[in-house]
Design a protein around this ligand. Sequence first.
Ligand code: SF4
Ligand code: SF4
Ligand code: FES
Length: 590
Amino acid sequence: MATILINGQEYPLPEGEKLNAIQAAQRIGVEIPYYCWHPSLSVVANCRMCEIEVGSKDPKTGEIRMVPKLVPGCQTPAKDGTVLVTDSPKVVEHQRMIMELLLLNHPLDCPVCDQAGECGLQDYSYSNGQAVHRFVEERVVNPRKEVAETIQLNADRCIMCTRCVRFTREITHTGELQVISRGSHAEIDIFPGHPVANALAGNVVDLCPVGALLDKDFLHKQRVWFLSKHDGVCTRCSTGCNISSEENRGEIWRFKPRNNPLVNDYWICDEGRYSYKSANDPSLLTAMYARIGNELGPVLTDQALKSAGQELTKVASEGGKIAAVISPFLTVEEAYLLAGYIKGLSPDAVLALGAVPVVGEDQTFTPDKVKGRNGDTSFLDPKPFTIHAEKCPNRKGVEAVLAHFQGEVIDFNALTGRIAAGEFKALYYTSGSPDLWADEEAARSLRSGVSYLVVQDTLVTPLAQLADVVLASATFAEKAGSYVNADGRLQYAEAALPPRDGSLPDLDILAILGGRSGGPVESSAVLAELAAKIPAFGVAAGGKLPTYGALLGDAPAPLPTNGDAPTPFIDAWSKTRAQIGTRSGAGATR
Ligand code: SF4
Ligand code: SF4
Ligand code: FES
């Protein structure tokens, strides 16, 4: 078995993976500090923060030969017999000097900098820097610039790691950012009049290890240490990017990408990034409504649910046909409960997939395999990033549920035709879409086709205004559950916010209507139930999913766990913070 020697101890090397020294050390919990390296970008080795002592062990004699100079860990492949020393006095002293160099011109504006609390410079300054510096000359003060509609560059904080430049060259192939001038005058800049304007632009803010590139949308609104992070899935298109939803006091303040090498790598698109705002929309429904006489007025939750349940049961018992629209914005658990409830009322009931919004065409960004990381020391194959034209998170999941309950998938248009033809007595309509599916005319047509209408939604839509009962349901942020993305991958999303006053999570609404007792419903319990009943969801046996999700129809096999995955670079710094104080003599630089 291939082995590597790190700080005097021998460790096995993972089979078939190409790791660099930083990654190999990370696997055993040894931190090699770094700035310019990023697992999805080419290796340039220009920050020199990761330099360590490197050597090799002769397999026959056991003799160790060390390279006389320090070597960048990001550029050092972890091979059989590689020797790494990351904690010698020589390495520690080097790190102190690099920190001193990087901080020569860096302003001391941490208290007002938006990166404070998640800044690589702050963290490594504390854990690997020194408390004094020797610089007495005048500092270079580079200007602040607007490099994109949403991005500000505080050039004086830049450490010239060039991650942002490489991203626009290797991932988006738009090349808006570049290094201008030389030496201490070097600056990141755009060509005049050509701002960063690609669909993934916000990722350069996440990539920046210091507070140089900042998101104007988030700027000065929150301190990061007040934010609670929740592992979510973006619901704005069928890619299903993994995100961290960050909230404080009942409001979401930003989305950040969460690494999933099988879906979105380290990226999200700007459309998804800023879609968090719809969870804070003040016009979201904050009460349930029921029609009394001709008037639709707010009622207690119990009353709305009782009224809807009794009337639907009555329709079914009198032989009236019921139709249900199951939204592709619902989770699979919700779709399963809704389909089960409606079919339980009447086996003749018809279930249809809600409207599937499609905008433009799929847009795919394929990482540059020549300039990019392929062939270097990173171990994962770069995955193309696609923004899907299909703007909903769970068409495939709802289709799989529908196929189970009625053997076929009826689309929204087919159902509206049948409603207009007078086939149904009652309609149960769900949406949760941030966009309007039925304008006033379409709403009037749906309403006039049935005698009884229940609308379960988050917004006051034209159809909700015509309903007999309006059930105020949860936004994507207020509910936990699973979605199936365009590749057929089932992924779990945590709730980031509690339910709004006056609303109920869809799962609870449906559990109450379906007569399930026992208080709030756990999505994992429903997932376990549906996984046992619907073979395609067998991957979620027991209500559990692997870290990176699982493909529908696959056997429930363990996929790579967090332990096998590269440490997301954002989190690497949090880990560093946890280790603060373990080095002797460490202290704040200056
Ligand atoms: S702006 Fe940030 S990401 Fe770009 S080179 Fe400077 S420090 Fe690196
Ligand atoms: S690609 Fe789709 S899922 Fe990913 S962040 Fe953009 S909108 Fe969200
Ligand atoms: S030189 Fe290795 S991370 Fe920058």
